[in-house]
Design a protein around this ligand. Structure first.
Ligand SMILES: Cc1cc2nc3c(=O)[nH]c(=O)nc-3n(C[C@H](O)[C@H](O)[C@H](O)COP(=O)(O)OP(=O)(O)OC[C@H]3O[C@@H](n4cnc5c(N)ncnc54)[C@H](O)[C@@H]3O)c2cc1C
Length: 399
């Protein structure tokens, strides 16, 4: 949509071909329907929030970035607000309103839209784009084509990897599509008893083959099958690749990151002088629903008087509070991921124009490209920035 708007604004005749019966279905799901369309971070912060190929986006961000995007929407009357961690949303908290503005712009610059038809093939004349072929057999002549068919996740929204296949047929290298921003499965089946529990301000440490690789304080959400939440989702793309290469992945959870092991030990020892039973003592250390799982793992009787706990049992409690292990055994499939890792190799796209380095007149924009970001508005900004650049250059190259 952004590519079509930019090309239309520059006076080009633009046809937008949409496979579904409406535009922006994934956009409308974004940010849990609230539409986290960008982030107020600077370019370097943005690039840090992408996988290593994200450096490819520097030119697109330099050309049309978050301030320009926000102005684009605010000039059309959409009021925005910034939430924690710099996330930008419409003040209405309705992603639908972002779509409404885009549709208004499309109409204003007279972009023609065909719905319920998918592009099957791009036809070439030598090494130059000549036409697109639709699923009903129609061939539409075009001197420039922007492929913005999205990734491979949430195929019910229309993005099912078509564009990657079309480009592959033209000789483009496609990095295999994998899930990123995806909930993870744990070896521990008892997690289902904790489904819905969110642990706030815990330290989540990623261990690969028992070596600490990364740690961050944040939220951990238990699900029926494993874990999710912002920190888990952000790490998930890398974890998917680690699991695919058969590495052993674990999380070590520190329930009390604000207390050093010594301080926690002293606090626990003080409480252990009392006459409470174990399950009641733990109420001042852990969320209620976690206590029975926690005690079951220690194999100590829940009604044991805390002043009767042995040294080994005390050590075990302390150890579990600071280093609670969860074995990561898998991940939900690509179709349930928020973002796709992989896609058209960024090495074959000119970052200054989004034009294919192999075929003249062919451009790429959005999640079809092998770049993926973390949660926080980074992916939509990447789609808007690359779309803007592709639309602008496709229009300019038409003369
Ligand atoms: C649940 C969920 C929540 C998300 N939340 C956020 C968020 O809050 N912030 C954020 O930055 N990102 C978020 N994302 C990611 C973000 O929505 C995507 O990165 C973004 O929509 C990608 O835009 P795109 O235009 O490249 O592709 P898409 O939005 O997937 O659009 C591709 C379009 O191409 C059409 N199409 C596909 N194949 C064909 C074909 N052959 N012919 C014609 N048309 C075709 C599709 O029907 C679709 O309309 C979220 C994703 C999901 C799934």
């Amino acid at each position: 949509m952004m590519a079509a708007i930019r090309a239309g604004l520059l006076g080009q005749k633009v046809l937008l071909i949409e496979k579904g019966s409406s535009l922006g279905r994934k956009l409308c799901l974004s940010g849990k329907g609230r539409g986290n369309l960008t982030n107020i971070g600077d370019i370097n912060t943005f690039l840090e929030n992408f996988n290593p190929t994200g450096q490819f986006l520097r030119n697109a961000f330099s050309h049309f970035f978050n301030q320009e995007l926000m102005a684009f929407f605010e000039q059309a009357g959409l009021t925005l607000k910034t939430e924690r961690q710099g996330r930008v949303f419409p003040r209405s908290e309705r992603a639908q309103d972002i779509l409404r503005v885009l549709e208004q712009y499309l109409a204003k610059v007279k972009v023609e839209i065909i719905y319920n038809r998918s592009v099957r093939e791009i036809l070439l004349k030598g090494k130059r784009v000549a036409a697109v072929k639709l699923d009903d057999g129609r061939i539409l002549a075009a001197t420039g084509v922007i492929l913005a068919t999205g990734g491979g996740s949430f195929p019910q929204t229309g993005s099912s990897g078509d564009g990657q296949q079309i480009a592959e047929k033209l000789g483009h290298r496609v990095i295999p599509l994998r899930a990123a921003l995806v909930p993870l499965l744990t070896q521990e089946k008892w997690v289902k008893d904790l489904a819905g529990l969110t642990l706030k301000n815990v330290r989540i440490c990623l261990l690969v083959n028992d070596r600490r690789k990364f740690s961050q304080i944040g939220e951990l959400l238990f699900t029926h099958f494993g874990v999710s939440g912002p920190v888990v989702l952000s790490l998930s793309g890398d974890i998917v690749d680690l699991l695919r290469s058969k590495e052993a992945v674990e999380f070590s959870i520190d329930f009390k990151p604000g207390l050093s092991p010594e301080l926690l030990k002293r606090r626990l020892e003080r409480e252990l002088q009392g006459r409470l039973i174990l399950k009641n003592l733990l109420k001042s250390f852990l969320p209620h629903s976690l206590i029975s799982v926690f005690i079951a793992l220690t194999k100590i009787r829940p009604d044991k008087k805390v002043n009767q706990l042995t040294q080994a049992e005390r050590k075990q409690l302390l150890g579990l509070m600071k280093d609670f292990r969860l074995g990561i055994s898998g991940f939900l499939p690509l179709k349930q991921a928020m973002v796709t890792r992989g896609g058209i190799s960024a090495k074959e796209i000119d970052p200054r124009t989004m034009q294919s380095k192999l075929i003249k007149g062919l451009y790429f924009a959005g999640e079809i490209i092998d770049v993926d970001g973390k949660t926080g508005g980074y992916n939509l900004q990447a789609a808007f920035s690359t779309g803007y650049l592709a639309g602008e250059n496709a229009a300019k190259n038409q003369g």
